[in-house]
Ligand binder design. Structure first.
Ligand code: G3I
Length: 341
């Protein structure tokens, strides 16, 4: 909210010049909609929320779909914003064809790595000189404490190798780009230690990794501030840079949502929620400022609550309001972002 000390022409990014870029994830709807001005005013970095992922950008083997991604890049350039690329490899939103041959049979490791190399080379080259940092590998670590890597198709077909290879291909395509490993729950000690193990192994093997992306899909009290600082210390001790890549703070309380569950009631954004969320954002940004030597960017996972992936819509998780276009289905709002409520 505007206060008397808040200058109309200054945005968040200006208050944070001495620290790090303040970024925002966007979709094509947001940069073409009423939020465009707000985005340009408050933020100086942009991440496409979905449009550079493998499925959307490379839907068929010989077909790339640059339209939305190029529009976001053009918007960012027009407004002198930095651009993070998200992402080159993920188990989700990967196109089905990637793992199969023309008869529908699963392909071999050699073929998959060749396809991965082609994909990364072409995508990174397309945006070369425009994108300063890439999330190269997204969410490859398993959440279950006993397992190390996620049992994805990448892992099933290639074993552990795909991770190092992805970084090598990206570095070959653009030696200037900063390359990140990006994950959620990266503050949970058991997962944090596995991420550290992976990154230490990559560094020891001479793989070009710049840093680790902490997604930052957080709640009011979870993770604790102590878990956040401990994780940052551990990652920094490996000589890695840190970016908070997908920050949002859910204020919704009550039982966790389940697909199809219509029993949860929506609640308005109350004064109490606003105060709690303000306190939480304040506390985490105090930490971020303390770590300004290692933190090279903080990005919110969209501009306004209206677009948040966290809103629950009856029958499934939203995937952003853009996916459902202001649905008539039941919506349970998470109110995680800076704008709207
Ligand atoms: O674009 C299609 C549209 O053509 C189709 O009609 C519609 C039908 O549901 O789907 C649209 O795609 C949706 C897309 O968002 C764009 O709105 C997908 O279904 C939906 O699954 C997708 O959700 C995205 C999700 O990643 C995919 O798992 C969210 O917007 C996006 O915020 C979320 O972002 C991820 C990060 O990339 C990685 N970290 C976790 C984070 C939250 O899940």
């Amino acid at each position: 909210a505007a206060t008397s000390s808040h200058k109309a022409d200054k945005g968040l990014k200006d208050y944070y010049r001495k620290y790090f870029p303040i970024g925002v994830a966007v979709n094509a709807a947001a940069i073409n909609g009423p939020e465009a001005e707000l985005i340009a005013k408050e933020f100086n970095s942009v991440t496409p929320e979905n449009d550079m992922k493998m499925g959307p950008i490379h839907p068929r083997e010989n077909e790339y779909n640059w339209k939305n991604a190029d529009a976001i890049v053009a918007f960012a350039q027009e407004h002198h914003m930095k651009i993070r690329g998200h992402n080159l490899l993920w188990h989700a939103q990967a196109p089905v064809w990637m793992f199969k041959d023309s008869t529908g049979k699963q392909i071999s490791k050699d073929v998959l790595l060749k396809r991965l190399k082609d994909h990364i080379t072409i995508v990174v080259n397309h945006f070369k000189g425009k994108i300063y940092a890439w999330d190269v590998v997204n969410e490859a670590i398993d959440d279950k404490p006993d397992n190390y890597l996620r049992n994805s198709l990448w892992y099933q077909i290639c074993g552990e190798d795909f991770i190092a290879k992805a970084f090598e291909y990206a570095h070959e395509a653009d030696p200037e780009a900063q390359l990140f490993y990006n994950d959620y729950n990266s503050e949970v000690p058991s997962k944090r230690d596995k991420i550290c193990k992976l990154l230490r192994n990559l560094k020891d093997a001479g793989v070009p990794v710049t840093g680790v992306g902490l997604q930052g899909h957080w709640k009011l009290n979870d993770p604790s501030l102590q878990q956040i600082t401990e994780a940052m210390d551990k990652y920094a001790a490996l000589g890695l840079k840190l970016q908070i890549t997908e920050l949002d703070v859910t204020v919704r309380t009550g039982p966790p949502r389940k697909a199809g569950d219509q029993t949860l009631t929506d609640s308005a954004y109350t004064e109490t929620m606003a105060a709690q969320q303000t306190e939480r954002y304040k506390a985490i940004f105090e930490i971020f400022r303390k770590y300004k030597k290692v933190i090279t960017g903080v990005t919110f996972w969209n501009v306004s609550d209206r677009y948040s992936w966290l809103d629950f819509r009856g029958g499934g998780i939203a995937g952003g309001a853009a996916a459902t276009g202001g649905t008539s289905r039941k919506v349970i709002k998470a109110y995680p972002l800076l704008f709207d409520e």
